[in-house]
Design a protein around this ligand. Structure first.
Ligand code: MG
Length: 367
């Protein structure tokens, strides 16, 4: 089997809530997502999606996905999409770095491998663990009472895991954490994700001020060293995200006992192949994971569901259903949230069928 053509579509994904705000005053109101279509000489077609969280979250931006594919795509024509290690080796030889550019192609090739073998991606990635995947809801940064009210609403919709966007004014963040924790049950999990937004002394103040609160602290500061310093002064469960973008960093953080949970995002690591490698290593090392991506719609949510569903339940901290945050549906067959849970499709591949009318004409075609 050979790759004969690679297409890319640009889709805008507006948010039901109007906007999504996090640390440092950053916000997005309409996500710019790229859906990648990989075609083969046997008629099988696979899809992937890459949607950066704006241009200021990770070293990734929406137009960069398309520019990168323009550079990378010609090197992949004629290669077998089912040979994923070879394909990733080829991508890394043709384009140094830029993992997010490669992510959509890699996901699309897993979709093709699944269709070619008649198996869902989660089965190929190790097997389906448990009935379903528990979801968290990210809560956009607002005034404390507004965030608490939103959490109450999402709790009524079935969510029991909440990730608060903090990383703003530390005193306001302390109020945010306290206001939300007071709204939820003791069995619910709360994460305060600062998204690198606090300086070290601010983070130290916050963790001390909420010492009596049952809350996880995620990526308080910009650098790994600052996060490690905070980690060593708090007994809150600790999550690293932005700093862990490679196996090297994962191994370093494990050796330093720098985290209890790590956040693995598919496009941050460069696709399902590399995220599976990190995931499997975390399982071997006993580290629980948030399994997700930077953002996306139906295709990304399907990929997350297969990644999460093929992970042992005790190592799944949370995942999220990005397709429920946005107003546009780009594919049939994507996972739908039921009472705070989703499931990976049982159909071959990712189990999704993109909607041509929503995708529109391709913005990029490589053959
Ligand atoms: Mg995070």
């Amino acid at each position: 089997m050979k790759i004969t053509r690679i297409l890319a579509y640009r889709v805008e994904l507006p948010l039901h809530e109007g906007s999504y705000k996090w640390s440092g005053g950053k916000s997005v109101s309409v996500f710019d997502s790229t859906i990648v279509r990989v075609e083969t000489d046997v008629g099988l077609v696979g899809h992937g999606e890459v949607c950066p969280l704006g241009p200021f979250y990770l070293p990734a931006y929406a137009e960069g996905v398309r520019a990168g594919l323009r550079e990378l795509g010609p090197h992949l024509i004629g290669w077998d999409p089912r040979e994923l290690a070879k394909l990733n080796h080829r991508m890394d030889a043709a384009l140094k770095g830029h993992p997010y550019v490669k992510s959509g192609v890699d996901i699309a090739c897993w979709d093709i491998l699944g269709q070619a073998s008649g198996l869902p991606v989660c089965v190929l990635m190790g097997g389906r663990f448990g009935e379903n995947v528990r979801l968290y809801r990210a809560i956009s940064q607002e005034e404390p009472e507004v965030m608490a009210k939103k959490v109450a609403g999402y709790r009524a919709a079935g969510y029991t895991r909440f990730q608060l966007k903090v990383g703003g004014d530390p005193d306001m963040d302390i109020a945010r954490i306290r206001a939300v924790r007071a709204m939820i049950q003791t069995t619910d999990r709360l994460v305060a994700d600062a998204n690198t937004g606090w300086t070290q002394h601010e983070a130290m103040r916050v963790v001390r001020a909420v010492r009596d609160v049952d809350v996880y602290i995620e990526q308080p500061c910009l650098t790994y060293e600052e996060c490690l310093a905070v980690r060593r002064h708090t007994d809150h469960p600790f999550v690293l995200d932005e700093n862990v973008d490679s196996l090297d960093m994962l191994l370093r953080a494990k050796a330093d006992l720098a985290m209890d949970v790590v956040n693995l995002k598919i496009s941050k690591l460069g696709g399902l192949t590399k995220t599976k490698q990190a995931r499997d290593l975390c399982v071997s090392m006993g580290i629980a994971m948030t399994l997700e991506d930077s953002w996306g719609g139906d295709v990304t949510t399907a990929a997350i569901a297969h990644l999460a569903h093929s992970t042992p339940e005790e190592f799944r901290f949370t995942s999220t259903d990005f397709n429920s945050y946005v107003t546009v549906s780009t594919a049939e067959g994507a996972p739908q949230r039921v009472n705070g849970f989703m499931s990976a499709s049982t159909a071959p591949g990712l189990g999704i069928q993109p909607k041509p009318a929503v995708l529109g004409p391709p913005v990029l075609e490589i053959s």
